[in-house]
Design a protein around this ligand. Structure first.
Ligand code: MN
Length: 405
């Protein structure tokens, strides 16, 4: 294995990012806070249900890597959910524990019983949701916001108020609710792109307007229906948001949310913001969530996927051996991942020789030439070859020569 270990060492820097990256002003800078919602929105991914023990494991790992806020669940949905959130809230984690709640006394009571630090009150605000979900008029909501915030405050818990479907809500309605919530004593205000249908420019407009309008810190909850959640999260932060929601792998309802690991890496490495998050355990976090969710991580998932640092093409591999930064913007160890050299139809002789050395197989010139030929044929047929398949193939080559054809 020495060959691979040597290759995992880097010559020079651990980073080789675009030379056109520029310093960008994030109003909250290092005080940006990512709140992880893997245990709430993540669990709303179809087919996913974590056990209480699994939720606790995930919360503890999130806390260990330095995530400052964890949305642990929606206590009102069941007694078991309430108990699980309470279990997490009473672990003495450094992270603040958040829970979602509608503007209903029974929902809020569940969150209070769960001992959370912050209650994320929300109500739909868009015309579509008001009409087809709540069957309410805008004016009917005002009083409910006041009552809910009062009730949360009475119990000494921090109230946050969010509008659901904010990006499809007229700005006057958002401002109306924000004014009421702020006057009632909300401690933060959230806006949501619930349907993931806003452009980064729309997010820039909305969050900039609200940053000017309210003195409260703003949070963003964004979805990925158009694949723009990460861009929108960065835009929301640039436009004044302090809190931003993310989930491991971006897993969540429909096309999911903002991918936590990508957001952390973009902020810490592309924009140089110090969030104090230990990125070297992101792969471990990814594996835990995947195992507990029973869902495989897509191979090409940035940073944590099996292919995120895999190379097959002979030209790439040859360059990576000389300097890994030729085809890797960061050292894979930064995210706890590993470089993988994959054999396939693009593999050249040099990498096959290296693999043989690593596997402790000695072959002469003729044998290697034959093996390279076979690797290319098999690679075309199968796409890629595992180490075991290479060993088997090498044995076949040797046998055919040994038998002295
Ligand atoms: Mn959501």
């Amino acid at each position: 294995m020495r060959g691979m270990a040597e290759m995992n060492g880097t010559s020079g820097s651990d980073l080789a990012l675009s030379i056109y990256n520029r310093n960008v002003n994030f109003p909250w800078g290092n005080d940006i806070i990512i709140y992880d919602s893997t245990l709430r929105d993540g669990e709303q991914m179809p087919g996913v249900a974590f056990s209480p023990e699994q939720k606790l494991d995930i919360a503890m790992l999130l806390d260990e890597i330095g995530i400052k806020e964890i949305e642990a669940g929606f206590p009102a949905i069941s007694d078991r959910e309430l108990k699980t959130v309470k279990l997490i809230a009473n672990q003495g984690l450094n992270a603040r524990i958040l829970a979602l709640s509608r503007l209903r006394k029974d929902d809020i009571d569940s969150a209070i019983k769960a001992d959370v630090d912050v209650i994320l009150l929300f109500i739909a605000s868009s015309p579509l949701h008001l009409r087809y979900k709540l069957d309410m008029r805008v004016e009917e909501i005002d009083g409910r916001i006041i009552d809910a915030i009062d009730y949360v405050k009475e119990h000494g818990i921090t109230p946050s108020f969010s509008t659901e479907d904010s990006t499809r809500t007229p700005i006057q309605v958002l401002k109306r609710f924000v004014r009421i919530a702020e006057d009632s004593g909300a401690k933060r205000i959230g806006f949501t792109d619930t349907l993931g249908c806003a452009t980064p420019e729309a997010i820039e407009y909305l969050f900039s307007e609200m940053y000017k309008y309210t003195s409260l810190p703003i949070s963003a909850h964004l979805h990925n229906d158009f694949g723009l959640s990460l861009a929108n999260a960065l835009t929301a932060l640039k436009s004044g948001a302090r809190y931003v929601c993310a989930t491991v792998h971006g897993w969540g309802e429909r096309a999911g949310n903002v991918p936590l690991e990508q957001l952390v890496m973009a902020l810490q490495y592309l924009y140089g913001i110090d969030l104090g998050i230990d990125t070297t355990r992101l792969k471990e976090l990814s594996e835990m969530v995947s195992r507990y969710a029973g869902i495989d991580v897509p191979l090409s998932q940035p940073f944590v996927g099996e292919n995120a640092f895999a190379h097959e093409s002979g030209i790439h591999v040859a360059a990576v051996i000389r300097n890994p930064r030729t085809y890797e913007p960061i050292d894979p160890r930064i995210v706890g991942n590993k470089r993988r050299i994959v054999l396939g139809k693009h593999s050249g002789r040099r990498i096959i020789e290296l693999k043989l050395k690593e596997l402790g197989i000695e072959m002469d010139e003729d044998e290697i030439r034959d093996l390279v030929r076979r690797v290319k044929i098999e690679g075309e047929r199968k796409g890629m070859l595992s180490d075991d398949e290479l060993i088997k193939m090498a044995m076949e080559v040797r046998k055919s020569y040994g038998e002295g054809v």
